[in-house]
Design a protein around this ligand. Structure first.
Ligand SMILES: [Zn+2]
Ligand SMILES: [Zn+2]
Ligand SMILES: [Zn+2]
Ligand SMILES: [Zn+2]
Length: 430
C-alpha cells in the first residue's frame, strides 16, 4: 500500500488494470482502487509483455502487438496519404518502416519532428539568405538527416543526464539541455563527487580534532581552534571575506548533521542545468532555482596532482584543457586540481570577469593546508535561469592582483582569450 494516499496520479489505477484484464465483470468494484505509482509507459509495456489488454491505459486487442516508436526519421506523401519513417525502439535502423500518420500514436514525437524541421529550415534560411521552396511531397535528404541527428542527440543527452544523476551524491538534480547545436555528451569526462588523488598523493580523511560544543554557533568551535571566524550566519550564508578559509565541523565533532557549521560537506542543494551556450562558450551551467546571495552552490573537484604534473599537462593540453587546471595556492603551491577528465558540474561552469560565484578554501576532514577543498559561493542573488560563472583567475587566492597569479605555473601555460562579454573583461582567461 502506498503511504501517501492523498497523492493523486493521472487516471491510473492498478486495480482497474488487474480487473479489466483478468475479470472485466468486476470493473464496478471501485472500492479496491489504489493510486498507482508506476508510469503509464511501464504499465503499457507490462501489458504487452503479459499479452494483457486494458482499455483504461490504451492497450486494446488491436494495438497489443504494436511496436514502440523511438523517433521519426522522414516524411512523405503518397496518394494524398501522409507517411513517416519510423525508428522502432529496441530495433536497428535497418528495420525502419514507413507508417501512415493515422497509425502513429506519438503526438510528442510528431511535434518534435515538426519543431526540428522548422528549426533546421529557419537556420538554413538565416545562414544562406535563400528562400527554400517547401516541398510538400517529401523532405530534402539534408532535412531528414538533421532530424535524425537531433533525435539521436536527444537520446544520448538524456542517457548522459540519467547517468550524471545516478552518480551524483548530492541533493540537487542535474539537467542537460542543448537547443543550440548538434553537440552530444562529452566523450572523455567522468563524473566524480570528491577529489581523486593521483597515485602517491594521500588525502587524510579523518580530522585530528573535533569539537564537543552543545551549540556550534555560539561556542568556541572548530573555526576558533584553527584561529579563524565561523564562516556562516544563521541563514547558512557565508559572512567572511574572500581569501579567508572555512573550517567546517567534521567527523570527529560531537554535533549532528544540522550543525550550522556543516554546509559545503552537504553538497549542492540546487537543481542545475548543463546547457549549450549560444555565444560560442561551449557548455555552461545555469541554475533552475533562485539562489540566495552568499550561499554555497557547488564544490570544484577533479584529480589532485602535483604542480610538476600540472606543468607537464599544461604543455600538452589545448587552451580549453588548460582552463581546468586549478592551482591550490592557499598556503603552498604544491598541488593542482585538474578537472579536465574527472569532475563534477563545476567542470562546465564558464569563466567571467564579472562572475556571480566566488571561490573559498574549505577544510573539513582534511586539515592539511596544502590541500584545501574548493567551494563556490554566490556573490549575489542569482535568479532561476541565470548562467553561473566564476573568475578563473581568482582560483584560490581570492585576490587577482596577488603574487599567486604572476608566479603560478599558469603563467607558463598558453593564454586563452576571454569571451565573457563583461564590461570589465580583462581579455584573457588565465
Ligand atoms: Zn562545534
Ligand atoms: Zn566542530
Ligand atoms: Zn558543529
Ligand atoms: Zn572576460
Amino acid at each position: 500500500m502506498p503511504s501517501e494516499t492523498e497523492r493523486c496520479f493521472p487516471a491510473l489505477r492498478l486495480s482497474a488494470w488487474i480487473m479489466d484484464s483478468l475479470s472485466p465483470n468486476f470493473s464496478s468494484a471501485r472500492a479496491w482502487c489504489v493510486p498507482c505509482l508506476v508510469s503509464l509507459d511501464t504499465l503499457q509495456e507490462l501489458c504487452r509483455k503479459e499479452k494483457l489488454t486494458c482499455k483504461s491505459i490504451g492497450i486494446t486487442k488491436r494495438n497489443l502487438n504494436n511496436y514502440e516508436v523511438e523517433y521519426l526519421c522522414d516524411y512523405k506523401v503518397v496518394k494524398d496519404m501522409e507517411y513517416y519513417l519510423v525508428k522502432w525502439k529496441g530495433w536497428p535502423d535497418s528495420t525502419n518502416t514507413w507508417e501512415p500518420l493515422q497509425n502513429l500514436k506519438c503526438p510528442l514525437l510528431l511535434q518534435q519532428f515538426s519543431n526540428d524541421k522548422h528549426n533546421y529550415l529557419s537556420q538554413v534560411k538565416k545562414g544562406k539568405a535563400i528562400t527554400l521552396k517547401e516541398n510538400h511531397r517529401a523532405l530534402k535528404p539534408a532535412v531528414a538527416e538533421y532530424i535524425v541527428k537531433k533525435a539521436k542527440q536527444r537520446i544520448a543527452l538524456q542517457r548522459w543526464q540519467d547517468e550524471l544523476n545516478r552518480r551524483k551524491t548530492h541533493k540537487g538534480m542535474i539537467f542537460v539541455e542543448n537547443t543550440v547545436d548538434l553537440e552530444g555528451p562529452p566523450s572523455d569526462f567522468y563524473y566524480i563527487n570528491e577529489y581523486k588523488p593521483a597515485p602517491g598523493i594521500s588525502l587524510v580523511n579523518e580530522a585530528t580534532f573535533g569539537c564537543s560544543c552543545r551549540d556550534c554557533f555560539f561556542e568556541k568551535c572548530c573555526p576558533a581552534e584553527a584561529g579563524v571566524l565561523l564562516a556562516y550566519n544563521k541563514n547558512q550564508q557565508i559572512k567572511i571575506p574572500p581569501g579567508t578559509p572555512i573550517y567546517e565541523c567534521n567527523s570527529r565533532c560531537q554535533c549532528g548533521p544540522d550543525c550550522p557549521n556543516r554546509i559545503v560537506q552537504k553538497g549542492t542543494q540546487y537543481s542545475l542545468c548543463i546547457f549549450r551556450t549560444s555565444n560560442g562558450c561551449g557548455w555552461g551551467v545555469k541554475t533552475l532555482v533562485k539562489i540566495k546571495r552568499m550561499s554555497f552552490v557547488m564544490e570544484y573537484v577533479g584529480e589532485v596532482i602535483t604542480s610538476e604534473e600540472a606543468e607537464r599537462r599544461g604543455q600538452l593540453y589545448d587552451n580549453k584543457g588548460i582552463t581546468y587546471l586549478f592551482d591550490l595556492d592557499y598556503e603552498s603551491d604544491e598541488f593542482t586540481v585538474d578537472a579536465a577528465r574527472y569532475g563534477n558540474v563545476s567542470h562546465f561552469v564558464n569563466h567571467s570577469c564579472d562572475p556571480n560565484l566566488q571561490v573559498f578554501n574549505v577544510f573539513i576532514d582534511n586539515l592539511d593546508t596544502r590541500l584545501p577543498r574548493i567551494a563556490l559561493f554566490s556573490t549575489r542573488t542569482i535568479n532561476a535561469g541565470e548562467e553561473l560563472t566564476f573568475d578563473y583567475q581568482m582560483k584560490g587566492s581570492g585576490d587577482v592582483s596577488s603574487d599567486s597569479i604572476d608566479h603560478s605555473p599558469a603563467k607558463k601555460r598558453a593564454r586563452t582569450v576571454c569571451k565573457c562579454g563583461a564590461v570589465t573583461c580583462r581579455g584573457y582567461l588565465n
